[in-house]
Design a protein around this ligand. Sequence first.
Ligand code: GAR
Length: 202
Amino acid sequence: MVKTKIAVLVSGGGTNLQALIDAQGRGEIPHGEIVLVIANKADAYALTRAEQAGIPAVVITKAACGGDQEVFEETLLAQLAACDIDLIVLAGFMAILSQRFTDAYEKRILNVHPSLIPSFCGEGFYGLRVHKAALEKGVKVTGATVHYVNEIPDGGEIILQKAVEIEAGDTPEILQRRVMEQAEWKILPQAVEIVSKKLANR
Ligand code: GAR
């Protein structure tokens, strides 16, 4: 069997990247292999995680592309093509991708979002902001979603979701951690294996 070649795109701490590396180490992603990490921030701690796991990592920033979105996306696409990537995983990747980019990898880009879509998603909802909005609304249950990426922010087909209870005394930071531990770090590796298996069997 030829494994699905996976690139993980990151911007920050990379705990979801770590969850994928750990799941791969436990043999839970038998149909895929993480072969590349791309960060759009030079100081992303996720780069250290990639290095420690022996996964090639590169930095591609929009600033280095003259601040030009088209050049940024072309540079990303060239890097992905050079590594023969089949599946892109956005794991805390804080950059909007245009339809030109998403069309190039239709049904081959996944994203993890820290809420139960369609709640608290779309433009402006990322990171702690998502959890702040959930607490302000007073919802009793939140969670995480893994979905395919299309041209609509957080609008692609849902693959997996997992609910997480809100608890008394939650702050955005406490809630973010619980959603990661109970939902994101579990469903992201599961979804990556589901899609890797589909692509490997094509
Ligand atoms: C995660 O909670 C992820 O769901 C969220 O950013 C965090 C990244 O953490 N992504 C979004 O909000 C995307 N809209 P990580 O770098 O430790 O994986």
